[in-house]
Design a binder for this molecule. Structure first.
Ligand SMILES: NC(=O)c1ccc[n+]([C@@H]2O[C@H](COP(=O)([O-])OP(=O)(O)OC[C@H]3O[C@@H](n4cnc5c(N)ncnc54)[C@H](OP(=O)(O)O)[C@@H]3O)[C@@H](O)[C@H]2O)c1
Length: 320
C-alpha cells in the first residue's frame, strides 16, 4: 500500500509517497481502507519538527481520516468488516491507503456523509466541542465570538454553538469565507482584517459584550479579545503562532478567564463523550462538515502549503 512518509523534519517536500507492506491487525486492532484524509495545521507543525509533540522518524503523518473497515483482529467486538468509519487518531498515521487503529479510535460515519466529510470531523469538531462545552462550559443564550470561523475548527464551532442555542458572531478574512460562516448559522459575521472591527461587538450584543471567545490566532487577538468580554467572560486559546502582550487588568475588571486547550490532553473518557455527542449531531444533520478542497494524496506538500495560507474555506482533504 502507498503511504506518505517523512524521513526528516523540514519543508512540505520532505513528505514523499512510498510503497509499504499491507497492514495486518493485531489483537484489538482494526485495519481501515482509507478513502479520505483530513489535513490539519498541526500536521504541518509536526512535519517541520517545531511542535510540542515530535513523532519519531520515519513516520506517516495525519490524525484524521475516514474509510471502510477492511479487517479486524482478535477481541474486536464493536467494529465490523465493511463498516464506514471516521477516526480519532490511528496507530500508523492517516496519510496512507491503509491505517491501523485501536477499536476505540473508530466511530460510525453516517450514510448521508461522504468520506471526505468524514475526514473533516475529528480534530476540528472535537476541538470545537472541547472548547465550547468542556473548557468554556457555555450555556444556551450566551454569546460566542468564533474568532477565525471560516476554517476547520471555526466552522465546527459555529455549527455546534448555533445548534446549542447560543448567539454566534463569527469572523472570516475573505468574503467567500464570511458567506460560509453565515451559512453555518452565525448571527453576525465580521471581517478580522477590517480596522477596528471588534468595536462592533458592543452594539451587536446590546452593550453586554461576548461571554465566550474561541480564539484561533491568540498572538494577534488576545489583547483586544479581553476588552470585548462580558462580565465572567472566557477566552479559549485554541490557536497561537507567537507571543503577545496583554493588560492583565482587562481580566480583573470582568472576572474574566483565559483558558488553554490542547486536544492531546483530552482523556480517553472525555474523548468518548465528545464523539458520542458529535455522533448525534452528525446523524441528525445539525453538524455538516464542510470540505473546501480535495487534493490527491501525492500532492500532500501542496495541501500543507495551502492549509497555512489565508482564505480558509472549511477543510482541505487528501484522497488516496
Ligand atoms: N489547541 C489545539 O489542540 C488545536 C486543535 C485544532 C486546531 N488548533 C489550532 O487552531 C487554529 C485553527 O485551526 P483550523 O484547523 O481551523 O485551521 P484553518 O482551517 O487553517 O483555519 C484558520 C482560521 O484562522 C483564521 N484567521 C486568520 N487570520 C486571523 C485573524 N487575524 N484573526 C482571527 N482569525 C484569523 C482563518 O481565517 P481566514 O483564512 O478567512 O483569514 C481561518 O478561519 C490553528 O492554529 C490550529 O493549529 C489547535
Amino acid at each position: 500500500m502507498k503511504a506518505i512518509r517523512v524521513r526528516e523534519f523540514g519543508p512540505p517536500e520532505v513528505m514523499r509517497i512510498e510503497e509499504l507492506p499491507e497492514l495486518r491487525p493485531g489483537a484489538e486492532q482494526v485495519v481501515v481502507r482509507v478513502k479520505a484524509v483530513g489535513v490539519n495545521p498541526a500536521d504541518t507543525y509536526m512535519r517541520s519538527g517545531m511542535y510540542a509533540r515530535k513523532p519519531s522518524l520515519p513516520y506517516t503523518p495525519g490524525l484524521d481520516a475516514a474509510g471502510v473497515v477492511e479487517s479486524v483482529g482478535e477481541g474486536v467486538t464493536h467494529v465490523a468488516v465493511g463498516a464506514r468509519v471516521y477516526t480519532s487518531g490511528s496507530i500508523t498515521g492517516t496519510y496512507a491507503e491503509q491505517m491501523l487503529c485501536e477499536e476505540n479510535q473508530l466511530h460510525p460515519l453516517p450514510e448521508k456523509l461522504s468520506f471526505a466529510q468524514g475526514a473533516a470531523i475529528n480534530v476540528p469538531y472535537a476541538t470545537a466541542y472541547r472548547a465550547l462545552f468542556q473548557r468554556a462550559k457555555t450555556a444556551p443564550e450566551e454569546c460566542v465570538l468564533v474568532h477565525g470561523a471560516s476554517g476547520g475548527v471555526g466552522v465546527a464551532a459555529v455549527q455546534l454553538a448555533h445548534a446549542a442555542g447560543m448567539k454566534v458572531i463569527g469572523t472570516g478574512g475573505t468574503e467567500k469565507g464570511r458567506s460560509l460562516v453565515r451559512e453555518q448559522g452565525a448571527d453576525h459575521v465580521l471581517d478580522h482584517h477590517a480596522p477596528n472591527y471588534l468595536d462592533q461587538v458592543q452594539a451587536l450584543t446590546d452593550g453586554h459584550g461576548v461571554d465566550v471567545i474561541l480564539e484561533m490566532l491568540a498572538n494577534v487577538n488576545l489583547d483586544r479579545d479581553l476588552k470585548v468580554l462580558a462580565m465572567g467572560g472566557r477566552v479559549v486559546v485554541i490557536g497561537s503562532r507567537g507571543r503577545i502582550e496583554i493588560d492583565p487588568r482587562d481580566t480583573m475588571s470582568r472576572d474574566a478567564s483565559i483558558l488553554g486547550l490542547f486536544l492531546f490532553n483530552v482523556s480517553r473518557q472525555e474523548m468518548a463523550e465528545i464523539h458520542a455527542a458529535l455522533g448525534v449531531g452528525l446523524e441528525n444533520g445539525t453538524l455538516k462538515p464542510i470540505v473546501g478542497k480535495e487534493v490527491p494524496l501525492a500532492n500532500a506538500p501542496r495541501a500543507h502549503r495551502e492549509v497555512m495560507e489565508p482564505g480558509a474555506y472549511g477543510k482541505i482533504v487528501l484522497i488516496p
